[in-house]
Design a protein around this ligand. Structure first.
Ligand SMILES: [Zn+2]
Length: 178
């Protein structure tokens, strides 16, 4: 019951990044896709809210780190048949919380810098939205067997093959006529 309530809780929009790091805090919750405007612009609609799991803490080198994953399911437009296609989103990320560019440059490569505001507050929604956007395919498409365009493409290919097969006889017939 407890974990169920936690899973369905809306994530806070803004958190005190440094405090959560010092408390080794874990945030588990959801974000409604409608509250993520850049994501909403990139998809047809969200089918499931974005589920997030965020672990705050310091790594061995004392960097402020958020390790997390997010998942969701959205509807995009198939680039082959232009119909709706459901896309499963799953992302893992390792963020390094920084206050400025200077700190961002010092982060090791495996940490993706995320800037907090000058008071050390983190925009959780923006950070998660960045990760979800990275998970979206550049060319969303159905599986081949499920795509209308592929099915009709295949039809075209078959007639093209028939054309090729018939063609030599036509050439032969033309030669005979001469
Ligand atoms: Zn399609």
């Amino acid at each position: 019951m407890m974990s169920r309530t936690m899973t369905e809780a809306l994530l806070p929009k803004r958190v005190d990044g440094k405090r959560l790091v010092d408390n080794n805090q874990q945030l588990i919750g959801i974000i409604d896709t409608n509250s993520l405007t850049r994501l909403s612009d990139a998809i047809v609609r969200g089918e499931l809210p974005v589920e997030c799991h965020l672990d705050f803490g310091r790594d061995q080198e004392r960097f402020l780190v958020v390790t997390g994953h997010c998942s969701s399911r959205v509807v995009m437009t198939c680039q082959r048949c232009l119909q709706d296609v459901g896309i499963d989103i799953k992302g893992d990320f390792h963020l390094g919380l920084v206050l400025n560019d200077e700190q961002a440059k010092k982060l090791p490569r495996y940490l993706e810098p995320v800037e907090m505001d000058e008071k050390g507050y983190l925009d959780v929604y923006a950070a998660v939205e960045d990760e979800v956007l990275l998970c979206l395919p550049d060319f969303p498409m159905h599986e081949q067997g499920e795509c209308q365009a592929f099915i009709s493409d295949q039809g075209d290919n078959e007639s093209a093959d028939e054309f090729k097969r018939e063609n030599p006889f036509e050439v032969l017939a033309q030669l005979k006529q001469k």
